[in-house]
Design a protein around this ligand. Sequence first.
Ligand code: SAH
Length: 344
Amino acid sequence: MKKDIASMTLGELSQEIAALGLPKFRSGQIYNWLHVKGVAAFGDMTNISNDLKRILNDNFVIFPCSIEKKLISEYDNTVKYLFRLHDGEYIESVVMDYKYGHTICISTQVGCKMGCIFCASTLGGFVRNLAPSEMLAQIYSAQNDLGIKIARVVLMGMGEPLDNYDNVMRFLELVSCENGVNIGMRKISLSTSGIVPRIYDLLEKHLQLTLSVSLHAPNDEIRSRIMPVNSKWGTDELLRACRIYADKTSRRISFEYAMLDGVNDSDACAAELARKLKGMLCHVNLIPANEVPERGHRRSNGERMASFAEILESNGITVTVRRSLGSDINASCGQLRRSVQKSL
Ligand code: SAH
């Protein structure tokens, strides 16, 4: 079986190149083509001889991540990609054009196991984990297509990053490598639905990334109804892990809170949330829930969101009400893949 060359660290690639009896400097060249230029084929490595290209082709594979569909928002330049992978599966990525540069939201799995009731990614069930190279390829394909350099990465697309832990950790090592695309840990956010043991594992690594936690409810009664993961690790257990994480890493946790009309958006919910987050190094991101037709929920109105935010703020919790970008192009998780699945 051919080896997945773009999932290798520079050290590993050097060993492979040496084992094939090739000169050492080749590994740096190849790594540069893969991770700085983001080429999708050995044939595009122009300073490499045909003989070497053949050897590479015989031993290694560059997994494709080709653009199947591309949607551009008329409102805010948000670009949404549907990428096709080597086995015919589809994943989504979104590029957002912020004042401080381009941010890409990437997928970490094809489908998802978590089953959150408001989310489109989980509708078709779980298919497979993405390889580290397939996470990187989303960045490279978008950069090459748009002619830009991505400044920030959020692991908030399809899938649960902490359910694909080893591949995500390797992705983080590769994406922040100085010889590669070199996006520093402080420019990366990882979002989890709350796999508590993996939060403790992540803590041990003391990474400088931002941990986002999809909380969406202040208590088990509501959270278990909308996020099945909560029946495994309850709200208090999750918040305890978050508190320890923030204390030990001195990194502010970002709590995601999608406002669902009549479900989790009451003033009482806000007060309970404020009480539970008191004193924690954290921030709450209120998001107007994206309405997914199959899901049937409604987003909270602006007035409700403002009242909720006000209660948090008056209790000393910092809050942002997130702008919803790309609403004309189904920019939220899983919606585009879903529409393609339905039309196939
Ligand atoms: N599995 C990870 C990351 C992917 S989801 C996680 O759960 O964090 C990225 C974010 O989008 C999560 O906060 C998720 O809860 C949120 N999300 C999913 N569907 C949504 C919807 N319909 N409206 C608003 N946010 C949604």
